[in-house]
Design a protein around this ligand. Sequence first.
Ligand code: ZN
Ligand code: ZN
Length: 279
Amino acid sequence: MDFTLFGFCLPKILSTLLSNLRNVGLILLTPWFFSWAAIGVTLFLHWLFGSIGICLGYHRLLSHRSLEVPKWLEYAISIIGVLALQGGPIFWVAGHRLHHAYTEDKEKDPYSAQRGFWWSHMLWLFYPRPEFFEYDRYQRFAPDLARDPVYRWLDRYYLLLQIPLGLLLYAIGGWSFIIYGMCLRAVLLWHSTWFINSGTHVWGYRTFEVDDNSRNLWWAAILTYGEGWHNNHHAYTNVAKAGWRWWEIDPTWWAIAILKMLGLAKKVVMPPVLVTNKS
Ligand SMILES: [Zn+2]
Ligand SMILES: [Zn+2]
């Protein structure tokens, strides 16, 4: 099997799954697979892979280095991110760094909001451009990760980790846990993450007058455990906390605060005091 191709087939998987969404929906409606335990597993894995894996791991830790954790924990959190099925860590981090470096540039931002809502939400994955999807090209934007053989392995074989996850879910709860805990959860988490690239560049309020159109959007913050405070984030990209006002809830920050309390997170970048007072 050509694992390079295997690693690049994410857009194909997405389009197959989404074009069959009606069938998937029908399956979900069948009473045989429904259980409250399956709903619980869906919500738990949405939080674990979404908040801990993607928001804390791929985003704040790997993309922006907003905090430092011991290497073993960094790898563990990255593996949780890999399980979210949003591509390998080098692919994700490189794309995200390009988004910040060239925000809303039609050519250089992989999910530029200037190309329309649906492009930034998901179409960029259906029309993969080589500069963002070919390893040799995108790895240049995450050289710190590309130097590490663990990240190179995870980036190439990330899909393989779905097998033990599937087997575990099947062993615990049969097809019900697979359909809810893997299929439904993956689709829900994809859209949650995608709303940050699309919705938070369109709707919401602005605390900071930055050069791009980023906004703070409360419902996107709920869906993404804090990432929806995207205007704050674009203004201060390397700060570990996305919600700055008391009501800007940021559950990913709570997890970082617990790690800090346990002595596991160091060099946590905080919002500048002067700015927080003003905002
Ligand atoms: Zn953005
Ligand atoms: Zn970011």
